[in-house]
Design a protein around this ligand. Structure first.
Ligand SMILES: [Zn+2]
Ligand SMILES: [Zn+2]
Ligand SMILES: [Zn+2]
Length: 326
């Protein structure tokens, strides 16, 4: 299935307006694809679902771009790694060398132990200490609360609102870009050629044809691949082109046509129609045509019973890009 909106966005890849569909993180901290969204209609699925579905069909490639961490407080991305004090959460920790009086456990910088040239005394228990009674340790010392620890605690800091959070509290996005596969270009050419063939056929029959049109009825606006009107006879036709028409394609076409009392015709570019789609088309009196290699439209087509891909699509969507790390 390719709705008019999907064909429009693929055309921007074909004509070079867009090189790739790249993700951006919007103000709400969500991944969006503006180059895709601007072409989709209200009744299309969301941009990510559309892109994933096209990638699954090898029309588009999908390429990993980066991982982004979004601030749970303000929704901006680009959090930076930092370390914090495990005790009070302050970022103001400094790694420094500390001396430890083994006997009493006192931990302090060397200058607090030193009482003279080569002479040391514990600042806590006040005993004189020989160098071998002390351990030298690398510690992360908090300048805010004074706590010291052997290791540092990792955290993420937001560049926007400056809040600091534990890494697992940030929202992790895996970002992908999508572009044309070689097969995708051919596929689009076929869809557009079939639409053109249908437009020409109706044109020859005296219809005024508009491709990529909107049917306006009351407050609704329904996008259709093609709309033809014969003013003289008051005849209207709505056409749809699909690689392999399925039930929902027929249903959508029927709904659009019924709203304006138009006839409808459905073109399969693979020459195949699913069994359910065929039955539904017959019920709704929708003409079925197949687009031939030579560019003509014929009344012959084959029917298939199984719908492909549906399970793999579901899998792909459930392993969705949005993942909360806890
Ligand atoms: Zn923030
Ligand atoms: Zn001591
Ligand atoms: Zn602290």
């Amino acid at each position: 299935m390719a709705t008019p909106g999907v064909l429009r966005l693929l055309e921007t890849l074909a004509d070079g307006t867009v090189e790739e569909f790249s993700p951006v993180i919007n103000e709400e901290g969500e991944v969006s694809y503006p180059d895709v969204e601007q072409h989709l209609d209200a009744n299309d699925p969301d941009a990510y679902s559309v892109l994933e579905s096209l990638a699954r069909r090898d029309i588009l490639y999908r390429e990993f771009r980066e991982k982004a961490y979004v601030c749970p407080e303000c929704g901006r991305d680009g959090m930076r790694y930092t370390t914090v004090c495990a005790e009070c959460g302050s970022q103001n920790t400094i790694e420094q060398e500390l001396y430890k009086h083994v006997e009493c456990g006192c931990l302090a910088p060397e200058e607090q132990f030193r009482v003279g040239e080569g002479e040391y005394a514990c600042p806590d228990c006040q005993l004189a200490v020989r160098p071998e009674q002390m351990e030298v340790l690398q510690q992360h010392v908090c300048q805010t609360c004074g706590e010291s620890a052997a290791g540092s605690v990792g955290a993420l800091r937001c560049r926007e609102c400056l809040s600091v959070c534990e890494p697992h509290k940030a929202i992790e996005w895996v970002l992908y870009s999508y572009g044309f596969e070689q097969y995708g270009r051919q596929w689009l050419t076929t869809q557009l050629s079939a639409r053109q063939a249908l437009a020409e056929m109706l044109d020859e029959r005296g219809f005024t044809v508009e491709v990529d049109a909107y049917i306006r009825n009351d407050s609704t606006e329904t996008p259709v691949h093609l709309y033809g009107e014969d003013d003289l006879l008051g005849d209207r036709v709505i056409g749809a082109v699909h690689e392999r028409p399925e039930q929902e394609d027929v249903e959508r076409l029927h709904t659009a046509a019924a709203a304006v009392d138009a006839r409808s015709v459905l073109v399969s570019t693979s020459g195949t129609v699913t069994k359910q789609a065929e039955e539904l088309a017959q019920n709704h009196d929708i003409g079925l045509l197949s687009y031939q290699q030579d560019g003509s439209l014929e009344r012959e087509y084959t029917t298939a019973t199984r719908t492909e891909h549906s399970s793999s699509m579901l899998q792909r969507l459930t392993s969705s890009v949005r993942r909360q790390l806890n």
